[in-house]
Design a protein around this ligand. Structure first.
Ligand code: CDP
Length: 221
């Protein structure tokens, strides 16, 4: 059977991972959280307590073995889930993601996964760079207030308490990093479907994307 690729991109906290996971489950596809790979490298650097440098991050990106986990990622056999969500990891992942060689190494791994099976992959550059021929590309967005509120709730559920204003500032800084980096910035692919989720619930967003998928699978434009 032909592999089907769904690319979901957008800024921090737009709900990409939650939505992508549910869409994948519904279609029986593999969910690939590309952000978890950037986060895992940040986590490893923080664990080692070492200096952040491009050679170091590249070496980890190139030489680590990544496999999928529904709530995170497995790196060199170690399951990483909630530890990837701390603000320190988020902020360092955003810095690492500006490093071209790190991106190149991770993009190759992401493309290899998508060659094996039908995927729903979420990130920043999936439709524009990683899977430019994806069957469906969705660009999810929401107001910064709404995105910060959602992230606050996510973190609270994981027992992490963060101040809303701090979170807003951090998300805005990550947006700026993502949009202004030279190599593979966050942009809406020309053929991506723009979905502003500010006023939408998660089930509504999932349903909308499923309708778009079914239309594409049915061969309609
Ligand atoms: O969940 P959230 O949108 O906050 O972040 P994430 O998708 O887990 O990604 C973590 C960081 O990795 C982001 O701040 C991006 O800078 C970076 N990233 C990227 O540059 N390209 C991707 N395909 C995925 C994530």
């Amino acid at each position: 059977m032909k592999r089907f690729q769904v690319a979901i991109d957008g800024p921090a906290g737009a709900g990409k991972s939650t939505v992508a996971r549910q869409v994948a489950k519904n279609l029986g596809f593999t969910f690939v959280d590309s952000g978890a790979m950037y986060r895992a490298i940040a986590w490893m650097i923080l664990q080692e307590g070492g200096q952040v440098s491009e050679p170091k991050a590249y070496q980890l990106a190139q030489n680590s073995h990544f496999s999928l986990h529904p709530q995170g990622v497995i790196v060199n056999g170690r399951v990483l889930t909630d530890e990837l969500r701390s603000p320190d990891v988020s902020n360092l992942a955003s810095t690492i993601a500006t490093m071209p060689r790190v991106r190149q190494a991770l993009v190759v791994k992401q493309q290899e996964i998508a060659e094996q099976e039908s995927v729903v992959m979420d990130g920043r550059d999936i439709g524009s760079h990683v899977l430019p021929n994806a069957d469906l590309k969705v660009f999810l967005t929401a107001s910064i207030e709404e995105r910060a509120k959602r992230r606050l709730e996510d973190l609270a559920q994981k027992g992490l308490s963060v101040d809303l204003e701090t979170l807003k500032t951090e998300i805005a800084a990550r947006d700026l990093n993502d949009q202004t980096r030279e190599f593979s910035p966050l942009i809406q692919a020309e053929d991506a479907y723009l979905l502003d989720t500010t006023q939408m619930t998660i089930p509504q967003v999932v349903e909308k994307i499923l309708v778009l998928c079914r239309t594409k699978m049915g061969g309609e434009e």
